[in-house]
Design a protein. Structure first.
Ligand SMILES: NC(=O)c1ccc[n+]([C@@H]2O[C@H](COP(=O)([O-])OP(=O)(O)OC[C@H]3O[C@@H](n4cnc5c(N)ncnc54)[C@H](O)[C@@H]3O)[C@@H](O)[C@H]2O)c1
Length: 466
């Protein structure tokens, strides 16, 4: 009897192996089949005594002492912007390329600010996090170090500001959430696109009900990065971004498109992303580019780039709304983050053509002069406060400065941050979730509830002011 059962098992295994071998894209998730959304990884229970950090308030910090880790293209700009913010002291500058630290020191010098302590060792970020004269660790390295540094910073009593994406895997998303909840430290993902002028105006309009009930939103990161990804002379440090395109297939950079839409939809403030489906086109653009730039027989042309050129992910929220978010960094297309908002009373879109349409004449976009007047009327109060200065300091037209200004303002006044650790986890989680869905022919996958039930505690996104 025992051997009969064993033979049956062997036969069953052989059958399954044959089926798997004949499938072009074998499913990678275990468990029974079915049509419902699947859980990629279970939600860990919140440890006893730990509470959520929805609208977390921390003691005000009069002068925010900042350490910058990673001073490449993005980090060096951040140092410059921070040199214009009142109530900030830049205490440490860290990059493994000594010239980058020097360059940042020169920025301070030109701005008449004292020299900061310089660090160039690969693990010096740990030493910096251990210092007792740092309040905020600002992470601008390549993606792989984002979560490790942010977690280490919070564990050592610092607030963490992390470039996008804050995390690369669901495990890292949970690590950020657990650490922020346990340490009661802020962890803000530096999603600057939430602070762009049109985006802020549409947030204000949505909150004032101009679009009616929000039904659908679209966002994207469509940005031809082929030149930079294949730049051997060093746009990106050691070509880190190319490696991610070689290794993963999904939406590798979802936060720019998602961020502003999620705030308009009050995600984890009354609604939450429930599940998604995701599909990628094949990869064409990177190989073609590599062939043309380096030759048919070059190493780059022969490499495998897993990332399909165009990834389209569609999210359904618990409240019944939908969000589409796209990613394409491999084709010659005009830059676009789409930023489209559609509701029962109106519609707005930023790319490829900016326009707003409202009832009762929403069949067409309103004339430009009318739209400009409306945008002026609904200019966000934060833009009113700091928009002109932001345009002068710069950073993607000013939005980067508004983001920095707001982070420092909230820290100095002990206010909840505009973007919290759940935003960081939710928006970054689309990387692995889309990947899992793509691997499984667009299978619906559940978006974890990183708030573990606290998403209904508040009903709207608030950018606090004293
Ligand atoms: N929000 C935005 O609009 C925006 C725009 C550009 C880049 N970014 C993000 O900013 C980050 C940096 O991008 P970038 O374009 O500046 O890339 P980059 O390659 O120019 O910069 C990365 C820097 O990290 C440094 N580094 C590497 N290992 C280090 C270590 N152990 N310790 C300290 N420094 C280390 C490198 O020397 C390099 O200077 C990325 O996460 C990217 O996604 C965001």
């Amino acid at each position: 009897m025992k051997s009969l059962t064993t033979s049956f098992r062997v036969l069953a295994l052989c059958f399954l192996a044959t089926v798997a071998a004949n499938c072009t894209t074998p499913p990678t998730l275990p468990g029974p089949g079915g049509f419902g959304a699947r859980e990629v990884s279970p939600t860990p229970p919140r440890p006893p005594g730990q509470t959520d950090v929805i609208e977390l308030r921390c003691p005000p910090i009069e002068t925010v002492r900042v350490a910058f880790i990673g001073l490449g293209m993005r980090g060096s700009e951040a140092v410059n912007r921070y040199s214009y913010i009142e109530g900030v002291k830049i205490v440490a500058l860290c990059d493994v390329v000594p010239a980058n630290v020097e360059k940042a020191q020169n920025v301070l010098k030109e701005r008449g600010l004292p020299k900061a302590d310089g660090y160039t060792g690969p693990d010096d970020w740990k030493t910096i996090c251990q210092r007792n004269d740092v309040d905020l660790v600002y992470v601008c390295t390549h993606w792989d170090l984002h979560t490790p540094i942010a977690v280490y910073a919070m564990e050592h009593g610092k607030h963490a500001a992390v470039e996008v994406p804050a995390a690369l895997t669901l495990q890292q998303c949970w690590q950020l959430v657990e650490t922020s909840e346990r340490t009661r430290k802020h962890c803000m993902q530096l999603e600057n696109c939430n602070y762009d002028f049109f985006e802020m105006a549409t947030l204000n309009m949505a909150q004032k009900g101009l679009f009616g009930q929000i039904v659908h939103g679209e966002g994207a990161y469509i940005h031809d990065l082929r030149g930079m990804n294949f730049d051997e002379k060093g746009s990106y440090w050691q070509m880190w971004r190319l490696r991610h395109n070689q290794a993963r297939n999904g939406n590798l950079y979802p936060t720019h498109g998602l961020g502003p839409i999620c705030h308009i939809m009050n995600i984890h403030r009354g609604d939450r992303m429930e599940y998604l489906v995701s599909i990628s086109s094949n990869q064409f653009g990177m190989t073609e580019y590599a062939r043309e730039k380096f030759g048919e027989t070059s190493d780059y042309a022969k490499r495998t780039y897993q990332c399909g050129d165009m990834n389209t992910t569609v999210v359904k929220t618990q409240g019944g709304k939908t969000i589409m978010v796209q990613h394409d960094v491999a084709n010659p297309r005009p830059y676009s983050r789409i930023h489209m908002v559609s509701g029962t009373k109106g519609f707005a879109q930023k790319w490829p053509l900016q326009g707003i349409a409202l009832e009762p004449s929403a069949h067409e976009f309103m004339p430009k002069d009318k739209m400009d007047a409306l945008l002026a009327q609904y200019e966000h109060p934060i833009v009113k406060e700091v928009g002109e200065k932001a345009k002068k300091v710069g950073g993607h037209g000013g939005m980067d400065f508004i983001m920095d200004y707001r982070l420092v303002y909230c820290l100095r006044n002990g206010l909840p941050l505009d973007e919290d650790v759940y935003d960081a986890a939710e928006w970054s989680s689309l990387i692995e979730l889309s990947e899992k869905s793509v691997e499984n022919q667009g299978m619906p996958v559940k978006v974890p509830d990183f708030t573990r039930g606290s998403w209904q505690k508040v009903k709207t996104v608030t950018y606090f002011h004293k």
